[in-house]
Design a protein around this ligand. Structure first.
Ligand code: AMP
Length: 423
């Protein structure tokens, strides 16, 4: 059935002003905190070349295989709405030679991503992520610092969650493990679901991610990657855990945690919350040394995460949920057309002075305007009737204590300034 023109496309939604207030709060908190850890914001395009994602995420992944919004533009070029933002940030890092600066490059982004996923609670087709990327080093303390930052961020937002970590090895050790996995899986084919039989060939690591009930006993018996790491990966993992412990951060090792994307090496992690239900992942991230080279860029080590803002906002406790609490400092009520013209001009002056001022265009009777001023919880009402217009003096009424004054425009501006000084 055709979707109504008056409803959002499936899997998308409007954020109305009350909801936007909560989003702005979360985004402001993130911006302020990340700056303290010397992250700077980057904004990349909403769409990129399809090839960037195909190569950067991997053609065998669900995202590239079936979830991308891909289209041909007028010149026949294949473009894709970004399903994630690590590949675009790494592209920007290489394109603008950001590695030429001193030390590591620390970037964060906030913005919408697009995936044609099955509709489910906590899953949208347009959703927003706050993410960070640290480029230019593989020091395992980077992992610990970034994870500490997110956990602190979530703690300030009073969100309870758990940290899950793993190491997925590197190009040296993972191929051996993948062969072993494929070998073990080949003995269990009849017990595997349709998807896992396909994954077994193309990308056996993804079997570990399978949520199908009947596959679980098989997965539980499989060898774990943490038992098959090379010396360097084991040492990197041990040092990473050591830094977490030094910071007093509790974690759980989950050997099945491999994450959906091909480019991860060594550290993989997730932050989950029981309060989210079946889609319990709030944050996902990992190390992606080598991604830059895959995209044709210079060698660059990288580590980052993405956090789902839609899910985060769902978890925000009531006491930290700001509403759209706009209350005008001055409500201008007028009677007649000439008074409207004066009110229109005064509103501009007051707004330029820094006062939020409200004026109804089709104001109706004075009584109905005053009713509206009360409903909007305006602090003051300025009344401009015929008499006030003739005298150039307007009646200002303070609504909380009903005090009144007759002011010309300059007196009114002085009064408001003195009020601000007292606050
Ligand atoms: P990913 O890029 O898949 O690792 O996702 C990172 C985080 O983004 C997840 O932990 C979720 O919080 C969020 N996320 C991913 N996909 C969606 C979606 N379809 N709807 C809402 N949030 C999502």
């Amino acid at each position: 059935m055709e979707e109504s023109l008056l409803s959002t496309p499936s899997g998308t939604r409007d954020l109305l002003p009350d909801e936007v207030a909560r989003w702005q709060f979360v985004e402001k908190e993130a911006r302020q905190l990340f700056a303290r850890y010397s992250f700077r914001e980057i904004r990349t395009p909403i769409f990129e070349s399809t090839e960037l994602f195909a190569r950067g995420i991997g053609v065998d992944t669900d995202i590239v295989g079936k979830e991308m919004y891909t289209f041909l533009d007028q010149s026949g070029k294949s473009l894709t709405l970004r399903p994630e933002n690590t590949a675009p940030v790494v592209r920007a890092y290489a394109q603008h030679a950001m590695y030429r600066g001193a030390g590591v490059t620390k970037l964060f982004y906030i913005g919408p991503m697009f995936r044609h996923e099955k509709k489910q609670k906590g899953r949208w087709r347009q959703f927003s992520q706050i993410g960070v990327e640290v480029l230019g080093s593989d020091h395992p303390a980077i992992e610990a610092e970034v994870i500490e930052m997110i956990l602190y961020f979530l703690e300030t937002l009073k969100i309870r969650c758990q940290l899950l970590v793993n190491s997925v090895g590197c190009n040296q050790c993972r191929p051996h493990y993948v062969d072993l996995l494929r070998h073990e899986l080949s003995k269990q084919i009849p017990r595997l679901c349709e998807d896992c039989r396909r994954r077994m060939e193309a990308n056996p690591l993804r079997v570990l991610d399978c949520k199908v009930e009947s596959c679980q006993p098989v997965i539980d018996q499989l060898p774990t990657i943490t038992d098959h790491l090379c010396e360097e990966c084991r040492s990197h993992f041990d040092r990473f855990k050591g830094y977490l412990e030094a910071l007093g951060i509790p974690y759980r090792i989950v050997p099945r945690l491999v994450r959906g994307l091909d480019y991860y090496v060594r550290t993989a992690f997730e932050i989950v919350s029981d309060e989210l239900g079946s889609q319990n992942a709030l944050v996902g991230g990992g190390r992606y040394d080598g991604l830059s080279e895959i995209l044709g860029g210079p060698p660059a080590k990288g580590f980052g995460f993405a956090m789902g803002v839609d899910r985060l906002v769902m978890l925000l406790p009531e006491e930290l949920s700001p509403r759209w609490t706009w209350k005008p400092d001055i409500f201008l009520a007028y009677l007649g057309e000439a008074a409207f013209d004066r009110a229109f001009a005064i509103a501009r002056t007051l707004r330029h002075d820094g006062w939020s001022s409200h004026l109804e265009f089709d104001g109706g009777s004075l009584k109905s305007q005053l009713r509206l001023a009360n409903r909007l919880q305006a602090r003051h009402v300025l009344i401009i009737g015929e008499e006030e217009l003739a005298k150039g003096k307007y009646q200002l009424k303070r609504l909380d204590d009903s005090r009144q004054w007759d002011f010309n425009l300059d007196e009114l501006r002085d009064y408001l300034k003195s009020q601000a000084a007292q606050q």
